[in-house]
Design a protein around this ligand. Structure first.
Ligand code: ZN
Length: 464
């Protein structure tokens, strides 16, 4: 039995782990590397294993950095079964098709650019994968996992998905393995949620396991409580709107967008934001994701279910506008004040939010509110780190708007929460840290005791 790490190894994106047991090859996640061009180019590299030889893929959740290379996996020969929860399956469909569309657009742009430069457009790399690859990969989604119900996934391997409380449908996966009479249990944490957050349940208690492969995104910090966090959000929005400015919120389409909508609905109900607040969700993907949330109340926590029982929509309020059409999105560039503009991408690496930043960053009185993780090398990170000017669409833009970073608004467990979840496993002999920046992993590792901790490099293999 062995595990090798082909993504999110001493990095936060590209999750992809290969478990080999009793002749079966089981992949856990197949995510995209994100953040800057260099990292993006890493996606086209060989996987580090033969896709044709993978028997089954277990998907922890539908974030792009966990499912984004699945269409490429199919393109390179993978034909095994993909197992995940029904909510993740629906969300992954949206995420993979969106990513394929972006890849196609970007390849077209490169070809045009090459053509103008007098070069052969055939010299330019094509898309990483196409919409057709994504559709083909969707055909491989087989059984749906139900939280707490074991599934036989390969000879000598049984998997149980448990609620990870991270995004809708997210799971950590408990594996019971047997090879040559030797038994081992392994948990892959996927991404773990932060307890007490709205909409979703808290992460489930993990069973005992011999080995845990654990994420460490926020392994070195403690989130703020939800209360002060909401105060900060409502305060920033109310103050900006009162002085006639706009608020730009770069938003991850999954989970964060719904969490922020949920917060605005609640804030409006409680009179903590102006009742006339105008919020534009300028993201077709976030709008579709919100619809998928509505299909899966089985994933909600008690409070969100109570709203439904009262016949109330947890994500809707007067003054909320869904903007799907590009023309309507462009029209928002003319809005000089009084609007909350939520758009993707969350790290401002692409998408409509770059237009809103371009039109709003230079004006004093406006605000940009970051409510999510900003990886190194992204536009979001440069603004968060206090850049005085940034480049957007080839233009130098001064940063004069107020910048708020509401960091605790996280779908990830913080250090205390990770340690508490780890403690409940009851002393795993080994802990493998993944999905974190190396310095963060080192600080988390220093807090783990009674377990052998490792931080494998990309493609490194660990014998169990
Ligand atoms: Zn995630």
């Amino acid at each position: 039995m062995r595990i090798s790490f082909h993504g999110a190894a001493r990095g936060v994106t590209g999750s992809c782990h290969l478990l080999e047991c009793a002749g079966s090859r089981i992949l856990i996640d197949c995510g995209m590397f994100q953040g800057g061009r260099e990292l993006h180019e890493e996606n086209a590299e060989p996987f580090g294993f033969e896709p044709k030889e993978i028997d089954v893929l277990l998907l922890t959740h539908a974030h792009l950095d966990h499912c984004g290379r699945i269409p490429l996996l199919h393109r390179r020969g993978f034909r095994g079964e993909i197992v995940t929860t029904s909510a993740s399956r629906e969300l992954a469909r949206l995420v993979m098709l969106d990513a394929a569309g972006l890849e196609e657009d970007e390849a077209k742009r490169r070809a045009r650019h090459a053509h103008r430069g007098g070069r052969q457009d055939t010299d330019e790399p094509g898309p990483l994968y196409t919409t057709l690859d994504a559709l083909n990969a969707l055909d491989l989604f087989g059984r749906s996992a139900v939280y707490g119900e074991p599934l036989d996934i390969a000879p000598g391997a049984r998997a149980t998905f448990h609620d990870a409380g991270h995004i809708l449908g997210s799971a950590f996966i408990f594996l019971e393995l047997e090879e040559d009479g030797q038994r081992k249990t392994v948990i892959f944490s996927g991404d773990l949620g932060s307890p007490g957050r709205p909409i979703l349940r808290d992460p489930a208690d993990p069973p005992h396991a011999d080995v845990v492969v654990m994420e460490s995104t926020y392994g070195d910090r403690t989130h703020k409580e939800l209360g002060p966090l909401l105060d900060e959000l409502y305060g920033a929005v109310s103050a900006t709107v009162a002085r006639g400015g706009n608020v730009v919120i770069p938003t991850f389409a999954l989970e964060r967008a719904q969490e922020v909508l949920y917060a605005f609905r609640e804030g409006r109900d409680e009179g903590r934001v102006p009742r006339a607040l105008q919020v534009f969700l300028d993201s077709p993907m976030a709008i579709s994701a919100t619809e998928i949330f509505r299909h899966h109340p089985e994933c909600y926590d008690r409070e969100a279910r109570e709203l439904l029982a009262d016949d109330r929509d947890p994500f809707a309020f007067p003054g909320l506008h869904f903007v799907r059409d590009t023309a309507d999105s462009v029209a928002l560039n003319k809005v000089r004040g009084g609007a909350v503009l939520m758009a993707g991408s969350g790290m401002a690496t692409g998408g409509r939010v770059r237009h809103h930043l371009k039109h709003n960053l230079a004006h004093r009185g406006n605000s940009v509110v970051f409510v999510g993780y900003a990886a190194r090398g992204t536009l979001a990170r440069r603004i968060v780190d206090g850049a005085r000017t940034v480049h957007i669409f080839g233009e130098e833009i001064a940063v004069r708007a107020d910048v708020h970073t509401i960091n605790g608004f996280s779908a990830h467990a913080d250090q205390t929460e990770l340690l508490a979840w780890h403690r409940r496993i009851g002393g795993p002999e080994r802990t493998v840290l993944v999905h974190g920046e190396p310095d963060v992993m080192v600080r988390l590792a220093a807090r783990l005791s009674g377990t052998e901790v490792s931080m494998p490099a990309l493609h490194e293999r660990v014998e169990l």
